[in-house]
Design a protein around this ligand. Sequence first.
Ligand SMILES: [Zn+2]
Ligand SMILES: [Zn+2]
Length: 130
Amino acid sequence: MSYLQEGGCFCRNVRYKIKGEPVLQLFCFCSDCRMITGSDAWPGFMVRSSDFLCSLGIPKIYKKVSSEGRTVKQHFCKNCGSNLWGETEFGLISVGAGTLDNPDIFNPSNKVFTSGVPHWARVPENLESL
Ligand SMILES: [Zn+2]
Ligand SMILES: [Zn+2]
């Protein structure tokens, strides 16, 4: 059976498809993710760019050198402002788990950038640090 997951933004103008198993499932606690989500961490899927496709709409792209020194192209819905996915330098796409049609498939095993988090951050004890 082939793997297929779909998701998209709040207003449904932008939709995407994931056609392969995620490479990693994690919570990222970096300061960029905190700003993007407005929360303590970003929960997400890392998928191969060859397994990812924007199936509807044209997202707004914001390019930035991340707080960790890497160039990231962050994709947003220009209508509703939802933060959808990022394109990293490693040929991986970071997809926000909350934007999946079926968020229950998210099964995180890792956490990253947990040092220097604010005191109110909810860092999961059971996940392995990368
Ligand atoms: Zn939208
Ligand atoms: Zn991050």
